[in-house]
Design a protein around this ligand. Sequence first.
Ligand SMILES: Nc1ncnc2c1ncn2[C@@H]1O[C@H](COP(=O)(O)OP(=O)(O)OP(=O)(O)O)[C@@H](O)[C@H]1O
Length: 154
Amino acid sequence: MTLYSEKSETAVSVPEANLSPVNRSLSWKVATNLLVSFRYAWQGVAYAFRTQRNFRIHVVVGSFAVGLAIALSLAPVELAVIILTCGIVLTMELINTALESVVDLTVEQTYHELAKIAKDCAAAAVLISALISVSVAACLLLPPLWQILQPQFF
Ligand SMILES: Nc1ncnc2c1ncn2[C@@H]1O[C@H](COP(=O)(O)OP(=O)(O)OP(=O)(O)O)[C@@H](O)[C@H]1O
């Protein structure tokens, strides 16, 4: 198949198979079944935990928030909201780590304005989700904590 580049208006030859979203001919098929897929996904989690300090911080803070919610006997829906927001932060951190790797793979150690935009935006996604998570946890955890601590101070 021949495609026309918008910039140079020159014809570019692309194999049909490379254009199909179903048949990713350039991909490397390794995960042959669901169990193997899960194993690779777990390797991603383990890699992020091992190498990303922020991921470890999010795991510790998230576990503390969930533990506190259980200790304070929050309603199931409130506990679910805290688990959900903590999960979103960890997910964002994993996507950020994946994107950083792809950017480094592409530009290696050269400065590129687009690499900067990609990394800065991915880091911003983590930051925003973490700020939302802290706000949600504060809204749900502080009132019952205040109820418990108030008699001790007044
Ligand atoms: N190739 C590059 N070209 C331009 N700017 C880059 C490039 N690599 C990194 N940067 C800039 O440096 C910042 C830090 O990048 P780096 O890869 O060290 O990630 P990081 O913020 O340390 O991530 P983490 O702590 O999650 O590993 C990026 O947000 C970006 O602004």
